[in-house]
Design a protein around this ligand. Structure first.
Ligand SMILES: [Cu+2]
Length: 412
């Protein structure tokens, strides 16, 4: 079954329920970069040497005295007695950034484009690479981290494919990466890694497409997006109800997926997806919501230009559910990422704004209103995004900036 992964809870409803920790969020936004600096600093051997040197100059105080200097400008000013010292400290402070930049620089960011802007050849190349991933076998690197009683996942199917591993990992991590602070960073990283895998394993030369579903919101049923039945470049249409919603046209009409049992890709779209799945034990407060009214171009524009500095409110307006079997999932999440990217760039206060918890409302339904993007323990951008062993884990910090070097792309 496929349904839109995005949700559409009413923003004013959200706002009324979160004033209790608004102040905490506001404060956290500006604290994070300093803590990152601190951790970077402590990792650099050169700085350790400088600490010792500085200690000598100061007359032998211990290293802990230096730590506040880096993270507190007031102390920094007080302590830097000479210009020479200032220069040395400046040099030291830039070491961590220098080392990051030397690892990777983003000189020519790739430009992600909307699927309908792709040429027929580009569409075929992306689809071919996606299908190519299913020719690689399951990897034993995949190590589920969530208790099956919580993930509700069957055991890993060792006869499945590498593509299925990506699907499994996302579903296994469901309660860790949805309705938590990991939501936007995880999916940004997930899509970026997926693109990299397409390149490395399947020689894909293009960029990640995104699917701007807000274009289709006016008439989802009749959208041209689902009318390309070309066997190599078409995404195909909606599933056939008489065949258990299997996709019967386009390039994915023979696309086999493994979970929960092997089957041909199915698409069962509904404009009232939450009505279809029920109220999710109280988690879904608006089961009658029409999906095509939640993310119209006007709503997206309001999201991007609203929620200034309010990461939680922004994310809360976005989220629900899952469905990575579907190749459309990747371009859907690229679109979610694009909206985050646009919001980050709509106001400087938004760019590094981050706040969220590690405990999902999917685990604790009472959190749904109070902590829409996760309850305590709260995350910082130093925290590591989980990946179930499938690929290297990385800090949230590394994926906040899509042109920071660790990532290197923009949206058109
Ligand atoms: Cu997801």
């Amino acid at each position: 079954m496929y349904r839109f992964e995005t949700g559409g809870q009413d923003a004013s409803h959200r706002a009324n329920n979160h004033q209790s920790y608004d102040e905490e969020r506001r404060q956290s936004i500006f604290i994070q970069p300093k803590s990152v600096l601190e951790s970077l600093y402590s990792d650099i051997e050169g700085c350790q040497k400088f600490r010792n040197f500085y200690d000598v100059l100061r007359g032998g105080t211990d290293c802990s005295d230096f730590q506040p200097l880096l993270i507190c400008e007031v102390a920094l000013c007080r302590a830097m007695a000479t210009i020479a010292l200032k220069l040395l400290i400046l040099f030291c402070a830039f070491l961590p950034f220098g080392s990051l930049l030397s690892v990777a620089q983003c000189i020519e960011p790739s430009i992600r484009r909307e699927w309908r802007q792709f040429s027929t050849e580009e569409k075929s190349a992306w689809i071919s690479a996606v299908k190519c991933l299913t020719t690689f076998p399951h990897t034993d690197l995949l190590a589920p981290s969530v208790d099956p009683s919580l993930s509700l996942m069957p055991p890993v199917n060792t006869s499945s494919t590498y593509y299925d591993d990506f699907v499994y990992m996302h579903m296994d991590l469901n309660i860790r990466i949805h309705s938590t602070g990991y939501f936007l960073p995880f999916h940004r990283w997930y899509v970026a890694v997926y693109e990299q895998v397409l390149k490395e394993k399947c020689n894909y030369m293009g960029v990640s497409p995104y699917w701007n579903w807000s274009i289709d919101s006016t008439d989802v049923f009749d959208s041209d997006f689902f009318k390309d039945s070309d066997p190599t470049s078409g995404l195909g249409g909606w599933g056939d109800p008489s065949k258990d919603f299997s996709v019967t046209d386009g390039a994915f009409s023979d696309f086999m997926v493994a979970y929960p049992n092997p089957h041909i890709l199915r698409r069962n779209f509904s404009v009232q997806p939450w009505s279809y799945v029920g109220d999710l034990n109280g988690f879904n407060t608006y089961p009658e919501t029409y999906a095509n009214t939640t993310f119209t171009p006007d709503v997206i524009s309001a999201m991007i230009n609203g929620y200034v500095g309010d990461y939680v409110g922004f994310q809360a307006d976005f989220e629900k559910s899952q469905g990575a079997h579907e190749p459309l999932f990747w371009m859907h999440h690229a679109m979610v990422d694009k909206v985050w990217y646009d919001w980050q760039n709509a106001n400087p206060v938004n760019f590094w704004a981050f706040f969220g918890g590690a405990t999902s409302a999917l685990q604790n339904v009472s959190y749904a209103d109070k902590y829409p993007n996760g309850g305590p323990p709260f995350l910082s951008i130093n925290d590591t995004i989980p990946a179930d062993g499938l690929f290297n884990e990385t800090m949230i910090y590394n994926v906040m900036n899509t042109t920071g070097g660790y990532l290197c792309y923009v949206y058109e």
